[in-house]
Design a protein around this ligand. Structure first.
Ligand code: PLP
Length: 436
């Protein structure tokens, strides 16, 4: 089969996709009779009962009202007028943004809009820059050419024996002399940190210098799903595209996201939507319109989603203290929001793929952290010592998973100290994951 250069790059499995396929395959086998697994690697939103009930009622109303009518005809690529008007109204009243439909494009999910931005605004000479690693592995798909994505390794700030924070490396950012698109999620998947005003202003300066676009991905942030434990007001800026999604607010299957920015960039994204998919689902657009019209989505975020994840994050910190070995140097990233606990086992013997493999053998899945350090230039040992752990499971499930993780850590440490001449386990683990 002939595959283009770009096609080869897009069709080749990346590391995390291999892991996700391994998990899916293992779970399919488990359905066929082997033991239950605990999956702490998933990115699905937690099934919060009030959230499930809200979307289910709204979907029924909207389907009854406009289902066959909307599904029976094509719509506009930018998005249906009613939704564009509701989005403009929502952001005008909530954030004082002076925007109209010309500043908005709706698409089938924010993953798609990020991908479109990568194709439109970057190439090998104008790479995608991820200014603060680790960041969302889905951005790997923005790399159409081999050298067209560069991540900037962060600095590490210790916040105490069990807590740390990554900080954007400002000196590295200053050295960026070619860029087409800067991308960052905030709060980030996986580390959960929110991009502060100072960091965003440095990224915008770098974009000015290189004539690039900046895409800020609010998949977990304000105003919905609102899983950001702070009060950071986003602003409209030239060059800046804000990307929003309904997924983490409870509707990942609706495939609905939208971007807000200057009319030229939005027009380019609209043309891309038109070329690639014509438009986003009209039924999903009607559901979003209804959720924005009476601001029900805001109440949902404030009353249910945000408190749920704040509680889950606090519980995860306590559970880590209670379940993980005191004798091992593990730490968690400061939690500004998001849906994950990011854990760093700062020990020379630690390897994230070993922990993945050992967790799997014991029936628990964690996500190895290395895949979130995309295009880092030089790989540092600490990039292979982290795990992303989902906060979307019930507290007792998380505690069980962490108890298993504690066992894996002990076994790995004891194995490493008992037999220094053994070959490093990471190589065996790499093969194990590929073949599983
Ligand atoms: N951006 C980030 C940071 C994500 O974590 C995800 C999904 O996990 C997406 C985008 C994709 O979102 P959507 O479902 O809107 O395509």
């Amino acid at each position: 089969m002939f595959l283009s250069k770009e096609g080869t790059s897009l069709a080749s499995p990346n590391g995390l996709r291999t892991i996700m396929e391994d998990i899916a395959q293992t779970l399919r086998n488990a359905d066929a009779g082997t033991p239950d697994y605990v999956n702490l690697s998933i990115g699905n939103p937690a099934p919060i009962p009030e959230v499930v009930a809200f979307w289910s009622a709204l979907t029924q109303d909207v389907t009854a009202e406009s289902g066959s009518n909307k599904l029976g005809s094509y719509g506009a690529s930018r998005g249906d007028d009613a939704l564009l008007l509701q989005i403009a109204r929502f952001f005008r009243t909530r954030l004082d943004w002076d925007i109209g439909p010309e500043n908005i494009v709706v698409g089938p999910g924010s993953q798609f809009l990020c991908f479109a931005a990568g194709v439109l605004f970057s190439d090998c000479d104008h790479p995608v820059i991820l200014p603060r690693l680790p960041d969302y592995t889905g951005y790997d798909a923005l790399r159409v050419g081999r050298d067209s994505l560069r991540g900037l390794a962060p600095e590490i700030v210790s916040l105490g024996p069990r807590s740390f924070r990554y900080r954007m490396n400002e000196s590295a950012l200053e050295t960026v002399d070619r860029a087409g698109l800067f991308v960052a999620s905030s709060p980030s998947n996986p580390a959960s940190d929110v991009l502060d005003r100072q960091a965003l202003s440095l990224i915008l300066q770098a974009a000015d210098r290189t004539d690039a676009t900046v895409l800020l991905d609010h998949a977990y942030g304000l105003p919905f799903p609102g899983i950001a434990h702070g009060d950071y007001r986003m602003k409209l800026e030239p060059r800046l595209l804000h990307c929003f999604s309904l997924s983490k607010a409870g509707l990942p299957g609706a495939r609905l996201g939208f971007a807000i920015g200057d009319p030229d960039r939005i027009q380019a994204l609209t043309a891309f939507v038109s070329n690639a998919v014509l438009h986003a689902s009209r039924l999903s657009q009607d559901i979003a319109t209804a959720a924005l019209r009476d601001q029900g989505i805001l109440a949902l975020a404030a009353d249910h989603i945000s408190p749920h994840y704040r509680k889950a994050a606090e519980h995860a910190q306590r559970a880590a203290q209670a379940c993980l070995p005191q004798s091992i140097n593990w730490k968690t990233h400061a939690q500004d929001g998001g849906m994950f606990l990011w854990l760093w086992c700062d020990e020379p013997w630690c390897d994230d793929l070993d922990l993945y493999r050992m967790g799997k053998e014991r029936g628990v899945f964690f996500t190895p952290g290395r895949y979130f350090f995309l295009g880092p230039g030089q790989v540092q040992p600490w990039m292979h010592q982290c795990l992303r752990i989902s906060l979307n499971q019930p507290p007792e499930t998380l505690e069980y998973g962490l108890t298993i993780l504690a066992e894996c850590m002990r076994v790995l440490r004891d194995g490493a100290t008992a037999s220094v001449q053994d070959p490093p386990m990471s190589h065996a683990a790499d093969r194990g994951v590929q073949n599983a």
